[in-house]
Design a protein around this ligand. Structure first.
Ligand SMILES: NC(=O)c1ccc[n+]([C@@H]2O[C@H](COP(=O)([O-])OP(=O)(O)OC[C@H]3O[C@@H](n4cnc5c(N)ncnc54)[C@H](O)[C@@H]3O)[C@@H](O)[C@H]2O)c1
Length: 263
């Protein structure tokens, strides 16, 4: 493993012990929820954050918040479903920053409907965003990381990548696919300095999760810890996977689920 690609020794000297100082981190879905929380935490640990989202305004707000907190970031507009858009975004990161150390492929959408009522367009939107989007991202991230001698990739799957659930068939299929893709990439790139892991959140308080109409109590009850996750709790696991502390961790699927899958 290339030390620099992994976070290397903490900081750049002069007493900076932050875990990602000097590293460039590309994050999709950075405008909201888990991606936004991860963007703020990575920046707080010294990273230069490329905050990417299809929602231009949301990406800009995340980058502005990081700057207001004294960190370093810039917004990027990307549609993770579209190859040209993904290639352009990752090329911009490398052109601007000279390097890509960590990628957090996190953008996602869901669709709630019985399987027999999914329309083809619903299926395609979820699979294109949540599964194809992760493949496209890794395709261009890996090219840069291979040329540079290494890197770290974390993909957001879900507990629904590990178990089934009713009413979200395309999403469950996409997230199971993300886990397979993560393992394939980890095996393919392990000998060439790139670690690839997946994080599996369960219900997390973000725009994606419907909590009204008594649903928060229902979700709480499904978790042995008796509550849902906060976005920062998922993001902290992502930072650990990206860090040198996880130098021997690849091809791993990490549930951050309050015990959801232990039931
Ligand atoms: N919230 C949960 O309960 C939960 C549970 C398990 C997994 N996840 C996963 O976590 C990830 C982040 O979701 P979140 O909960 O933070 O939701 P969120 O809705 O708050 O954030 C998702 C972000 O992805 C962006 N996005 C959507 N489509 C995009 C596209 N085509 N190109 C670029 N950006 C796009 C959105 O604009 C948004 O900013 C997703 O992959 C989701 O499936 C969420």
């Amino acid at each position: 493993m290339n030390e620099n690609s992994e976070g290397g020794p903490a900081g750049t000297g002069r007493g900076d012990t932050r875990r990602f100082t000097g590293q460039v981190v590309y994050i999709t879905g950075a405008g909201s929820g888990i991606g936004r929380a991860a963007s703020l935490l990575f920046a707080g640990e010294g990273a230069w954050v490329a905050a990417a989202d299809c929602d231009e305004e949301a990406a800009r707000k995340t980058a502005e918040q990081i700057a207001a907190d004294g960190g370093r970031a810039f917004p990027l507009t990307v549609d993770v479903r579209v190859e040209d858009s993904v290639r352009n975004a990752i090329e911009k990161v490398v052109q601007r920053c000279g390097r890509l150390h960590v990628a957090f492929n996190n953008a996602g959408v869901t669709h709630k409907a019985p399987l027999e009522e999914h329309r083809e367009e619903d299926w395609d939107r979820v699979i294109d965003t949540d599964l194809k989007g992760v493949w496209l991202a890794m395709k261009y991230e890996a090219r840069h990381m291979l040329a540079a001698g290494g890197g770290v990739i974390i993909n957001t799957a879900s507990t629904y990548g590990l178990v089934g659930a009713p009413g979200v068939a395309a999403y469950v299929a996409a997230k199971h696919g993300v886990i397979g893709l993560t393992r394939a990439a980890a095996v393919e790139y392990g000998g060439r300095g790139i670690r690839v892991n997946a994080v599996c959140p369960s219900a997390t308080r973000t725009a994606m999760l419907v909590l009204d109409g008594g649903m928060e109590a229902v979700w709480n009850e499904r978790h042995p810890l008796g509550r849902i996750a906060e976005a920062g709790e998922i993001a902290r696991a992502v930072l650990w996977l990206a860090s040198q502390e996880a130098a021997f961790v690849t091809g791993t699927v990490l549930p951050v689920d309050g015990g959801y899958c232990a039931r």
